[in-house]
Structure formats: structure tokens, C-alpha cells
Design a protein around this ligand. Sequence first.
Ligand code: NDP
Length: 286
Amino acid sequence: MTLMMKAKQVADEVYAAIRLRVEELRRLGVVPRIATILVEGDPASAFYAQAKQKVAEKLDISFELHTFAKDVSQQEILRLIAQLNKDPQVHGIMLELPLPKHLSAATIESSISPRKDVDGVTPQNKLATMTGEVGLYPATPQACIQLLKYYGYGLEGKNVTLVGRGQTVGLPLFHLLQRENATVTVCHSRTPDLAAHLRHAEIAFVAVGRPQMIVKEMVHPDLVVIDAGINETDNGKIVGDVAVDVSEAVAAISPVPGGVGTLTTAVLYQNLLKALEIQSQGQEVR
Ligand code: NDP
């Protein structure tokens, strides 16, 4: 029978550990605080920001939401980030994407202090993700690996096929997988025969953003699949990049919803505590 790698239990364990640490910090007079920047215009990112706020409240983490109108100037956002970078009460800064076309996500992300960059988007943290140096690694790729490991699967020496090389998930996940000593094949939109690469894989990670693009005919019964995709269908349903009936044809799979996405927010707050540690120890992220 196929193992469904649900994330609720592991997320609850991560949250319990975070809550304990937050209590400890509060006793020491430190209130962990995250600032989220949201530019209006994308309902999904507004929804995600609110969801993170609710989680922060449950964890007793202080959460400030900075919402800008969709015609905000880049200068205005950069000014806010400069203030947040300097503010010792703020330990984490997060920018919700996508942004309206007149704004450059890369420029804005690069202006975040790498020591407060809880989603690992600055050039310094991208480099740290590659090298394993001190830093804050992106949340979703970490969630993919944590979920897999929670269910007892190792990565060392394994044949891994990664579908997608996007900046948010695929590319940083590739670096983390390399550092786990997996043998990684990276597939993308120009890969002619995706099924051939899934056939020889022991573990597959899928992060494309195309609803149910991996179908039953492409997989095999010993394959373990982590689906990072989050896609909204026309009728408002959330589906992954892997078709639902693939679960009948593999050894183990992470569901959507209830898989990687469920763990990602927990990892984001793990990163906030790591950021706080980096700051309190005066460490640099280079
Ligand atoms: P991007 O759009 O940045 O990257 C998509 C990747 O998929 C690209 O590398 C692209 O190839 C590849 N691709 C596109 N079409 C195909 C195809 N037919 N066959 C193989 N590869 C293909 O995506 P993101 O990294 O931003 O996100 C990936 C997914 O992860 C999305 O579904 C997103 O919603 C989800 N996500 C989930 C999160 C979570 O918390 N679980 C958080 C963030 C994102 P090429 O490079 O050649 O263009």
C-alpha cells in the first residue's frame, strides 16, 4: 500500500519545538518578531500572508504586516526595508511574491539584510544554500527534505530526479540535495523525455507549477514522490503537480494539499529562530 507522507504531524512537532523556544526567549525578554511586506493586487499572496499571521499568533511570535497599494514605488519599499534592517526588534523580513510588473523582486529582495532574510532570497543566502555556510536557506526546499526524512527516507547515494529548476523551489532544492550527497538529475521544460528520468529514479521531487503534469504512466511502484506544486484549478481546488491517481502507482507520495505546503510555514518560523540566533551571536552571512 502506498505511504501518504502527510505533513501535519511533522509540522505539529516543529511548531511544538518553536513554541518552547519562543517561551524561553520571552522569559529572557526577547520577543521574536517578523515583518511581512505585501503589495496589493494578488489575492493568493494576501491569503498566504494572513495564514502566516495566524500561525505567528499561535506561536506567540510578533507579526507585523506592511501592506502597500499596487502602485507603490520601489523607493518606498526599499525605504521600509532599510528601516526594518536597522530595527533591532525585528528579526525576520519576508517579501510576498508576486509583485506588480513595475517592481523588481530581485532588487527588493537583495536589499533585505541577509541576517533577517527568513526565506533565503538574498544573494548571500543563495550562496550559503549552495555551500552550506552559515545562512538562512529557502523554506520550501527545506520542507521538501524534512518531510522525506521524517518518513525515514535517506538521500545519500540515492538516484534523485528533480523536476523544475525555478528560483524559489527547484534550484535551491538542487543545492540542498547535492549537499545531502544524492545523485541528482535536474529536468526542466526542455527535457525531452521526463518519464525516462523518472524511470531510473528512486526519489522524485516535483516543483513545476503545472497542475497534475506527472501522470501514472510516468512512474514506477518503487518510486518515492515529493510534490511541491501548489496550483489552483478553475473551480478553486488546490492540486499538486502530480496527478492524484499517481498515488496508486508509487511506494510513497506527499499529498497536495497537506504535504510540503503545510510544512513550509513551519520551516519559515524555524528560520526566524535561526535568524535570531545568527543576530544574537553577531554572526555574518556572507
Ligand atoms: P518556476 O515557475 O520558477 O519554475 C518552474 C520550473 O518548472 C522551471 O524550471 C521550468 O523549466 C519547469 N517546467 C515548466 N514546464 C515544464 C515541463 N513541461 N516539464 C518539466 N519542467 C517544466 O516555479 P517555482 O519554483 O516558483 O514553483 C514551483 C512550484 O512550487 C509551483 O507549483 C509553486 O506553486 C510551488 N510552490 C510551493 C510552495 C510551497 O510552500 N509548497 C512555495 C513556493 C512555490 P525552465 O527552467 O526550463 O523554464
